[in-house]
Design a protein around this ligand. Structure first.
Ligand code: PAF
Length: 284
């Protein structure tokens, strides 16, 4: 099957109804475009499961707060179309803001507890924007699977909860973070980094890896690991937004790393670009 552009909600409804009638299943990969190898891993995970893979590209204005980087977020639809063709994506959906949020739009989805901590502290409207757009996409495509990266770990937890709470019927799949050779997590925002900031940015991965190593060696104190990570980010010139060690299911902070699934999450700025990353700490 070659790549088709789906442009209207009506077309998507007709196409998805035809799939159901043929007994074929759909996996959806929601993205904001500027596709990289991390997105290709999502497409691969989708392809493994479903007969048809849809990918959406939409730089969602309502998940950016005032003064954030909506305006300078990288956009490259033509190049992304070629990448989708090469990756074997079947359907590409790149709606306009007016299509997603027509005049009079006033209905938002809020995932209460999971949107409060971590990124929610410095980006108070971010997750409402994410949950609203993902809810709309899931309601429109009704995919059997919806695929997201683990790099945005809080987002992944919140989408799982929303999908469950609203009975949207998809199986949410989390795909491990894809990294550069030096450990930097792939992100469309990496394009915004200067050469100097790109070097600084590897500090996030180093801080996470050190914490994991200490944990494997028997260190159990979350405050100790957080402080060590804070110092190493400071030395690298990264302005820390937060460093936290949380239970991977509830996102509640843990004091001692005893149970499986404890994760360290970091958000920080290299220059003016906000980067996030995370890693499981507890030895598995
Ligand atoms: O992770 C992203 O790219 C976005 O937050 C998402 C899930 C596509 C919603 O706009």
């Amino acid at each position: 099957m070659s790549l088709s552009f789906l442009t209207t909600a009506e077309e998507i409804r007709l196409q998805t109804a035809a799939l159901v009638a043929q007994g074929r299943r759909l996996a959806l990969v929601p993205t904001m475009g500027c596709l990289h190898a991390g997105h290709l891993a999502l497409v691969e995970a989708a392809r493994k499961r479903a007969e048809v893979v849809a990918l959406s590209i939409f730089v969602n204005p309502i998940q950016f707060g005032q003064g954030e980087d909506f305006g300078r977020y990288p956009r490259q639809l033509e190049e992304d179309t070629r990448i989708c063709e090469r990756a074997g994506v079947d359907w590409l959906y790149a709606p306009t803001a007016e299509q997603v949020y027509p005049p009079g739009f006033q209905t938002y989805v809020t995932c209460e507890a999971l949107s409060q901590p971590l990124c929610g502290q410095s980006r108070p409207t971010h997750f409402r924007g994410v949950a609203t757009v993902v809810c709309k996409l899931l309601a429109l495509f009704r995919p059997a699977w919806a695929v997201f990266g683990e790099k945005d770990f809080q987002q992944l937890c919140l989408i799982c909860a929303m999908n469950r709470d609203l009975g949207l019927g998809a199986e949410v799949v989390g795909v491990p973070t894809v990294r550069e050779g030096d450990g930097l997590a792939l992100s469309s925002r990496n394009k915004l980094l200067s050469m100097e900031e790109r070097k600084q940015a590897t500090a996030l991965f180093r801080a996470l890896s050190t914490a994991k190593q200490r944990c494997c060696q028997g260190e159990r104190s979350a405050p100790f690991l957080i402080e060590e990570a804070r110092q190493s980010l400071l030395q690298a010139g990264i302005r820390t937004d937060y460093i936290a060690i949380v239970d991977g299911a509830t996102l509640q902070p843990v004091e001692r790393i005893e149970a499986e699934g404890a994760r360290m999450l970091i958000a920080g700025f290299a220059g003016t670009t906000r980067l996030i990353d995370n890693m499981v700490l507890s030895p598995t």
